[in-house]
Ligand binder design. Sequence first.
Ligand code: 8OZ
Length: 365
Amino acid sequence: MTSLFDPLKLGNLTLPNRVIMAPLTRQRSKQPGNIPWSLNAEYYQQRASAGLIISEATQISQQGQGYPGAPGIHSPEQVEGWKLVTDAVHKAGGRIFLQLWHVGRISHSSQQPGGGLPVAPSAVKPAGTVLTADWKSVEFETPRALELNEIPGIIADYKKAAENAKAAGFDGVEVHGANGYLPDQFLQDGTNKRTDNYGGSIENRARFLLEVVDAVIPVWGRDRVGVRLSPYSTANDMKDSDPVKLFTYVLEELSKRQVVYAHLVEPRISGASKGAPTNQEAPSASALFRRAFRGVFLSAGGYEPDSAKHAIAAGEVDAVVFGRWFIANPDLPERLKQNWPLNPYDRSTFYGGTEKGYTDYPFYH
Ligand code: 8OZ
């Protein structure tokens, strides 16, 4: 029987355990410039015992930014800043992938180059509120639908960001295709109303994500590219008329491309930002979609120590991705292994601020 503490082959990497650190938006990059710095390096280094660290979502361009304080990977200063992080993680014996992010419509004009509207597949406004560049909560704007001739430029931004991630010393990249950001906005028909090659059929709606994947594979090799998806998630006001058909197709296409892992967010957790309501009635993504993907299957979303151990032992997933418990427990793998108690997490310090609630959670020993 497999356990959380057995090694896992991920392409030509061997992860020492199956306790993965989730991509976690913490909004603590150095300002101005959204630059990773020594505080971020300390935080990631503390968590280097994870089988794999997936970095916080990191914008590929200024247009792709939607959250104040979130880091980028498009400026030379950001690349230099990330080197502090990757060096620190590697010195501590860890491995770290960078998550490539474009928020699409989940932005605000105060973040956009020239103060323009956020971009999206279609001009469909998300419900709810967004933080401006200076942390004021305001209603979302209606995004501007991308022109067909703008899409190659965004794919090129992903490729350039993947190259920057390599220069910054990461071990691989994850394409953020989940949680209602730009690639997901193309995938799902609640947000994609296009009538060109990027809208309508499932094949057309998947085109953007697959073009991103096809752009980053030559930079990294298939063994170092993963993709995150969140079927059935309602985070960021998402919906689709047939998630099983859509995400089965996407996972089959990702299998053909032999990306190294698929990382699915369980829909029982509907998003971290609004108090993380859970819906235990929601379908299980691993049950529905695991068979559609031939590579390593990572699963995130509301796992507790017992449910994680069970999911691995039952062979439902290859590795479990922890967010909140990794925020509060830098030594999470060892705590799980030894059945040591977990530090409780403090939601009020998840987003923004400095070392409080970030690098000051104690190790057990
Ligand atoms: C919570 C708060 C801000 C961003 C995601 C990047 O949902 C996020 C995110 C989550 O993937």
